[in-house]
Design a protein around this ligand. Structure first.
Ligand SMILES: [Zn+2]
Ligand SMILES: [Zn+2]
Length: 131
């Protein structure tokens, strides 16, 4: 019973950690934030829980940036911008995929679009100002 409670606490901590940031972190980042408070947590535990959360629809994957999967606790559809220099992932919350694009896809495929994840890649403001 005690083991189960501890297990649950770690799950909650991983989810809360992800919900507390908008940096779209990697599993390694989440692990680094939590290991001081949960010394017995392992990177494998973080990976397993994130995979589970993804399956349960609690988090989404933004995709792989520079070899590492990035996670987002905001599961509402929104557009991302990924900087290929510093690997930062930004939200574009006010931007929605236009209906016209969706219907064009539907026409082309002859099917029906149910979801869309859109991300732009480029250089962010900080990186641009450093050049
Ligand atoms: Zn950048
Ligand atoms: Zn996001």
């Amino acid at each position: 019973m005690e083991h189960k409670a501890k297990h649950f606490k770690k799950r909650e901590a991983i989810l809360n950690c992800l919900r507390s940031t908008n940096t779209h972190p990697t599993a390694e980042w989440v692990y680094a934030q939590l290991k001081a408070e949960y010394p017995d947590i392992s990177l494998g535990t973080v990976y397993r829980n994130l995979a589970l959360f993804k399956e349960q629809g609690l988090v989404i994957s933004v995709g792989t940036v520079n070899g590492a999967e990035r996670f987002d606790a905001d599961t509402e559809p929104h557009v991302h911008f990924i900087c290929h220099r510093c690997n930062s992932v930004h939200d574009l919350p006010g931007m929605i995929v236009p209906e016209s694009l969706t219907s064009e896809v539907d026409r082309y495929i002859g099917g029906r679009t149910e979801s869309c994840s859109l991300s732009f890649t480029g250089t962010c403001r900080e990186c641009l100002s450093r050049t």
